[in-house]
Ligand binder design. Structure first.
Ligand SMILES: [Zn+2]
Length: 281
C-alpha cells in the first residue's frame, strides 16, 4: 500500500495488501450489511465496470498502475512477498471456489466433487482438500489424473467413462462444477446423494442443456450458483490459504506475451492461471 487517507484505520502505508474483484458497493443494503458485497446491486467490479467519477469511465482491473479504493475493499496479505504473483488469482478464483465450499459445508466426513481442473477447479481441489473433505476430481482425460492427485484429490474420475461415473452414483454431499462450457448436468446430478447440491461457478456463453427434473425430485437434490464472495469471507480465504500454504498454480508472462497467452487460454492450454507482471507494461 502506497498511501492511506486521513480516515483510514484498517491499513497503513507499507502494508502488503490486495484488491480483489470488488472496488465499491452501496455499503447500506442488506447484502452489504452482511458483508456480501458481491451480491449488492451497486457492486462495482474491478474489471471493466462503469465508474461515473473518473476517466476513462470504467475500471481497468489488474492493468491499473494504481488503485484508489475505500479501505473496506482492501485485503490484508499474509503470504510471503515472493508469493504475490501466485496469491493474485486467489482474490478471484480462490474466493469463487472457497465461498461455495464453505457455504455448502465442505469438511471432514463430506464427499466433495470438483468438476474441471483449470483455473477455478485446481483451487477448488486444493481448498476442499485443506478443509478436510474427501475430494473426488472429475477430469475429461486420463492425462489429468496425475495432476489432480498432485493437487490433493483423493480420487479422480474420468467423466467420459460411464463405468467410473456409475461407481459414484448417489454418493456425493456436494459437487462444485467449475466448467464454463455447456455440458450434460444430469451426469453429475445423478452422483449426488439425497439432499446433495451441485453448485455452478463456471459461466458458459450458451446455456447448459436443461437437466432432467426427476434427478431433483427423486432425491430432493439442488442445483445452485455462486458468484465470487464478500469482502470478509475473501479475507478469511486469504488467511486460510496463508495458514495452509495454498497459492494458485501460475505461469508468469510479460506484457508483450499477452496475445499468445490469450490464444493459449482459449484452447485451454494453461497451467492453471496466467499472471502478467505489470512492471513489464
Ligand atoms: Zn449494497
Amino acid at each position: 500500500m502506497a498511501a492511506v487517507g486521513d480516515h483510514v484505520s484498517r491499513h497503513k502505508a507499507g502494508d502488503l495488501v490486495g484488491v480483489g474483484c470488488i472496488v465499491d458497493s452501496c455499503q447500506h443494503c442488506a447484502e452489504c450489511d452482511e458483508g456480501l458485497e458481491n451480491y449488492c446491486d451497486g457492486m462495482i467490479g474491478t474489471y471493466n465496470a462503469p465508474t461515473p467519477d473518473a476517466p476513462p469511465g470504467h475500471t481497468l482491473g489488474g492493468y491499473s498502475q494504481q488503485l484508489v479504493v475505500h479501505e473496506r475493499y482492501v485485503l490484508k496479505i499474509t503470504h510471503l512477498e515472493d508469493q504475490l504473483a501466485a496469491v493474485a488469482p486467489l482474490l478471484c478464483a480462490g474466493i469463487t471456489t472457497y465461498s461455495p465450499l464453505r457455504h455448502w459445508g465442505a469438511g471432514p466426513g463430506k464427499k466433495v466433487g470438483v468438476v474441471g481442473i483449470g483455473g477455478l477447479g485446481h483451487l477448488g481441489i486444493k481448498l476442499a482438500h485443506a478443509m478436510g473433505a474427501h475430494v473426488v476430481a472429475f477430469a475429461t482425460s486420463e492425462s489429468k489424473r496425475t495432476d489432480a492427485k498432485a493437487l490433493g484429490a483423493d480420487e479422480v474420475v474420468v467423466s467420459r467413462n460411464p463405468e467410473e461415473m456409475a461407481a459414484h452414483a448417489k454418493s456425493f454431499d456436494f459437487i462444485l462444477n467449475t466448467v464454463a462450457a455447456p455440458h450434460d448436468l444430469d451426469a453429475f446430478l445423478a452422483l449426488l446423494k439425497r439432499d446433495g447440491t451441485m453448485t455452478l461457478v463456471g459461466a458458459p456463453a450458451a446455456p447448459h442443456p436443461s437437466p432432467n427434473v426427476f434427478n431433483f425430485i427423486m432425491r430432493r437434490r439442488s442445483l445452485a450458483g455462486s458468484m465470487i464472495g464478500g469482502i470478509p469471507e475473501t479475507q478469511k480465504m486469504l488467511d486460510f490459504c496463508a495458514e495452509k500454504g495454498i497459492t494458485a498454480d501460475i505461469e508468469m508472462i510479460r506484457a508483450e506475451e499477452i496475445e499468445a497467452a490469450y490464444e493459449r487460454m482459449l484452447k485451454g492450454d494453461v497451467k492453471c492461471r496466467f499472471v502478467m507482471d505489470i512492471a513489464t507494461i
